[in-house]
Ligand binder design. Structure first.
Ligand code: NAD
Length: 250
């Protein structure tokens, strides 16, 4: 395996959108550090697919809702694999609850998982973005259409995803001096474990509001993430790219 290939850290990489991003980046010439929380076998299976496609990487375990564990992740990647030039932060969790029934602990957990971890990981990435070849450093957060439009019965989710959008725009300004870019991919509904519990009635109601009439596939989100990480995307920064089948058009 070519040790000169740039390294990308992908969070939430054991399944769903994160796993698809890890595969897409490996195919695009990145060595991938896959973060997973607890399903080691799934992370290893993704690594197996990456290796079968001629790529390479390594899996790292961390609970990103725990700021202490988030703070150790980039250092672990540097030690075991090398300094990353890209961060794709896809780890996330949904909380479907009316605001009135959302506890402070639930609010804090989503804030830590989505926004605080993004801040910690980005902060730890700065020195590596600075040292990456000029114009090749990348941060991509997987946000959400909910962070743009809001979400009934999902205020904690929408607000903590919206925080990512503001962080990306600010970081884009700070990282521009190194030619590094910071963007957000904001999906609408995607066919993953996160939406697998949607029953027929709910799915039908959701499809009514999606002009393209379907949920996206994780690979479609990953393709946009990989495009943002490619050298050709070097002049695009501070953007929130919505990939939602037109749902946000209203
Ligand atoms: P998923 O449930 O399949 O994957 C979520 C990933 O996040 C998993 O790898 C999981 O291990 C990881 N994760 C969850 N809690 C974690 C924690 N405490 N520490 C570390 N990792 C943790 O769902 P997905 O659809 O693949 O979600 C990926 C991202 O896409 C999430 O950020 C999600 O908010 C976002 N998103 C998903 C949809 C959708 O419809 N599926 C829509 C918009 C945005």
């Amino acid at each position: 395996m070519d040790a000169d290939l740039p390294i990308a850290l992908v969070t939430g990489a054991s399944r769903g959108i994160g796993a698809a991003c890890a595969l897409a980046l490996a195919r695009g010439g990145w060595r991938v550090a896959l973060q997973y929380r607890e399903r080691a076998a799934e992370a290893e299976a993704v690594l197996g697919r990456i290796r079968a496609a001629g790529g390479d990487g390594r899996a790292f375990s961390a609970d990103l809702a725990d700021p202490g564990q988030a703070a150790g992740l980039v250092a672990a990647v540097v030690e075991k694999l090398g300094p990353p030039a890209a961060l794709v932060h896809a780890a996330g969790a949904m909380l479907e609850k009316p605001l009135a029934f959302t506890s402070p602990a639930e609010w804090s957990r989503l804030l830590e998982l989505h926004a605080l971890s993004a801040w910690i990981l980005s902060k730890d990435m700065l020195r590596h973005l600075r040292k990456a070849p000029h114009g090749r450093g990348r941060i991509v957060f997987v946000g959400s259409l909910a962070g743009v439009t809001g979400l009934g019965n999902g205020a904690a989710y929408a607000a903590t995803k919206g925080a990512l959008h503001g962080l990306a725009r600010s970081l884009a300004k700070e990282c521009a001096r190194w030619g590094a870019t910071v963007n957000v991919i904001a999906p609408g509904y995607v066919e993953t474990e996160m939406t697998a519990h949607h029953d027929e009635k709910r799915r039908a109601a959701n499809l009514e509001s999606i002009p393209l009439g379907r949920y996206a596939k994780p690979e479609e989100i990953a393709a946009q993430v990989a495009r943002l990480c490619a050298p050709e995307a070097g002049s695009m920064t501070g953007q929130v790219m919505v990939v939602d089948g037109g749902m946000g058009l209203g």
